[in-house]
Design a protein around this ligand. Structure first.
Ligand code: ADP
Ligand code: ASP
Ligand code: MG
Length: 405
């Protein structure tokens, strides 16, 4: 292949949701191509199509077969790539759309949250060499059974970063409906400020705490393969956006950003025997079902028993409850309770490592406004609290005011 630089440009669902936006994306790709880049565009399903396909499946059966669900969901991205390819060709630039499997993306067995194992780049390189813009369907790949599998919600970000890594792209450009990463979701906190540069570690904590703008696994991969990412607004060609990468400022901000996650459910197993091995048994069973547990709290023992509460994402509630009902019988534990009316609020910042009192300040702000903390978890650079969902938005705004004067 010629020594032209490769650029991966990813367009999210909102950036291809109307014919007009598809034309604007095509225009942007044409401009980049004309500057002399080999362009690989990664595209999501237009608008809310993935949600609509999930609802459609659930109208057929409440718990659809995962292989067939993947077959259905993968079609959303196919709509996006075909339409974008048409718009690019109409501008006199040769382009080809490829599904994830056609683009050589190989994934593992886990339907609906498959992991990319490797990418066979020969077809991609051939097409680029022919002078074509290559448009790849995000969020999907081919598994060892030769079935289509999807990469988990928001997985087009992962496709874009993985392709950037294997093709050694100069960076990965993510086009979305915001002008970068903000100190909090700008839809909820109008005063939020754009963060011009953010480290992989901080972005990973923010993404894992509910900042949906990037899928957490895509940041893990970007860090592993050192792929710089720029996030900017799809419709603003002048936007400088936010950069995610190795950032080493002379002094770190104590708090870089805040996140609100409304996708959590709290589950409690009451009256579990207080003896070694119970937590191991419970969480091993949950892990085997591929369910990720987020926060865990064990109450102080009352005599011989205690309660264990933890949070899982809403999608994982059904399999979690199924496991809990069998564990409950086996362990002769008490009732299983679920509370979907919770939200997780988090503050993230590398500077927390060297500044004491950040968690205390967070708890005080919440307490001063009578916001009860139900669970707490911390990492070196993050503090998260589970609170009532109804107080989530005001907690975010109050904490933003307290940490970003
Ligand atoms: P796409 O369809 O392009 O993949 P997403 O909906 O996944 O876009 O992510 C973009 C959205 O993320 C924005 O509309 C924004 O409201 C939301 N968001 C949440 N928190 C933040 C934040 N801290 N900074 C920027 N955007 C955020
Ligand atoms: N369309 C998929 C989703 O909505 C993947 C993506 O948009 O990144 O989750
Ligand atoms: Mg997204």
């Amino acid at each position: 292949m010629t020594a032209k630089k490769i650029l991966v440009m990813k367009f999210g669902g909102t950036s291809v949701e109307t014919p007009d936006k598809i034309h604007q994306a095509a225009q942007r790709i044409k401009a980049t191509f004309k500057k002399g880049y080999h362009v690989v565009a990664v595209v999501s399903a237009p608008g809310q199509m993935t949600d609509e396909l999930i609802s459609l499946a659930q109208e057929i059966v409440s718990n659809p077969d995962k292989r067939e669900l993947d077959m259905l969901l993968a079609t959303g991205e196919q709509v996006g790539i075909a339409l974008l390819a048409m718009a690019i060709k109409a501008r006199g630039i040769d382009a080809i759309s490829l599904t994830g499997p056609q683009a050589g993306i190989v994934v593992d067995e886990f339907h609906t949250h498959a992991r990319i194992t490797h990418i066979r780049t020969s077809k991609l390189r051939q097409e680029l060499h022919r002078g074509r813009v290559v448009i790849v369907a995000g969020f999907q790949g081919l598994n060892p059974r030769e079935d289509v599998a999807t990469l988990g919600r928001g997985g087009s970000d992962l496709t874009a970063v993985a392709l950037s890594a294997v093709l050694k792209a100069s960076h990965c450009d993510i086009f979305t409906d915001v002008r970068g990463i903000y100190t909090a979701d700008p839809r909820l906190v109008p005063q939020a400020r754009r963060i011009p540069r953010i480290s992989y570690d901080e972005m990973l904590e923010l993404a894992s705490s509910g900042v949906q703008v990037m899928q957490p696994r895509s940041i893990e991969m970007a860090k592993k393969f050192n792929v710089p990412i720029r996030i900017s607004h799809a419709l603003d060609m002048q936007d400088t956006g936010s950069w995610i990468g190795e950032v080493k400022p002379m002094e770190e901000a104590v708090v870089t950003g805040l996140a609100l996650d409304k996708n959590q459910v709290k589950v409690t197993l009451r009256d579990v025997m207080d003896r070694p091995g119970t937590a191991a048994e419970l969480f091993t069973a949950i892990g085997q079902a591929q369910v990720n547990v987020d926060m865990i709290v064990q109450s102080a023992a009352r005599g011989t028993t205690n309660d264990i509460s933890f949070t899982v994402s809403r999608e994982d509630l059904a399999p979690t409850l199924k496991i809990l009902s069998s564990v409950q019988k086996k362990m002769r534990a008490g009732s299983v309770e679920k509370d979907p009316r919770v939200a997780k609020i988090s503050i993230v910042g590398v500077g927390m490592k060297s500044h004491a009192g950040v968690a205390g300040k967070m708890f005080k702000v919440l307490a001063d406004h009578r916001i009860n903390i139900q669970m707490i978890s911390t990492s070196e650079i993050k503090v998260s609290c589970i609170i009532a969902a109804s107080q989530g938005k005001s907690a975010l705004q109050l904490l933003h005011k307290a940490f970003f004067k």
